[in-house]
Design a protein around this ligand. Structure first.
Ligand SMILES: [Zn+2]
Length: 252
């Protein structure tokens, strides 16, 4: 973890420091080696938050895009269950940065627990995931000139889309700094996935301290995406044009 309580204050790891875990109250030791990012570890390997994932540079650089008091937020529910969210924004969005592959049951239990959830998924974890994802996009060219960055793909292909398209949370694939993020809208499924590309800065800014009614807030970006989805689902011409395109691509 990035923070521990030292004399009652949240503090980052420094050599020889010890502290208490803000979630379970157990003793923690600062780990300040050369290989991994400086972090805190529980002194005794116990069960603190079973959902906690070992932090990488990738995790840390994402978390650091947000104010430190939004990071490692301890979320309780009314049954007494608690978990450490990577980030919780002022507007109530929990952001989880997912580097390792997550099984379906685990993913669903987090989605149930956190409700307003955003996943940022490390798309570079398996090199074999990027090409199938790009190929999947070819089938989803948007016929809507007003929304060139959005598309609906038919029968999502590739491991990433198959694994993540049925989420009830918003999913963002991160393929590295040189690429935009790819946003998969909740409610996508094995038949359709609604996807749009978004610059990472735009996502980060949309989640900063904004009024939800602000045109650049994340909630407004959702509304804008929903308009596109509604058009896809209600305009009988749009799916027909897309299907034609798919057939053309498949046969050329
Ligand atoms: Zn703990």
């Amino acid at each position: 973890m990035k923070f521990s309580l030292v004399n009652g204050q949240r503090q980052e790891a420094e050599p020889k420091l010890s502290g208490l875990c803000p979630a379970c109250g157990c003793q923690m030791t600062a780990k300040c080696g050369r290989v991994r990012v400086h972090h805190w570890a529980h002194k005794n390997q116990g069960q603190c938050d079973p959902w906690w994932e070992k932090e990488s540079e990738w995790h840390r650089s994402w978390k650091d895009q947000f104010p430190s008091d939004w990071q490692e937020y301890i979320q309780h529910d009314n049954t007494g269950e608690k978990h450490i969210a990577d980030v919780k924004t002022k507007a109530g969005w929990v952001i989880e940065f997912q580097h390792s592959v997550l099984n379906l049951d685990e993913r669903r239990s987090r989605e149930n627990f956190y409700q307003k959830l955003i996943w940022v998924v490390d798309g570079t974890k398996r090199k074999c995931d990027i090409e199938p994802f790009k190929n999947g996009m070819v089938y989803g060219q948007s016929p809507d000139p007003l929304s060139p960055n959005k598309c609906r793909t038919f029968f999502p292909k590739g491991n990433l889309l198959k694994n993540w398209s049925e989420c009830s949370g918003h999913v963002f694939f991160d393929f590295g700094e040189e690429h935009p993020l790819w946003w998969v809208f909740p409610g996508s499924n094995e038949t359709y996935a609604y996807i749009q590309s978004i610059p990472r800065e735009k996502l980060i800014q949309s989640l900063q301290d904004r009024d939800v009614a602000d045109l650049n807030s994340f909630d407004s970006l959702i509304s804008d995406f929903e308009i596109f989805i509604k058009r896809c689902e209600t305009d009988p011409e749009l799916p027909r044009i897309q299907r034609l395109k798919e057939i053309q691509i498949a046969t050329t």
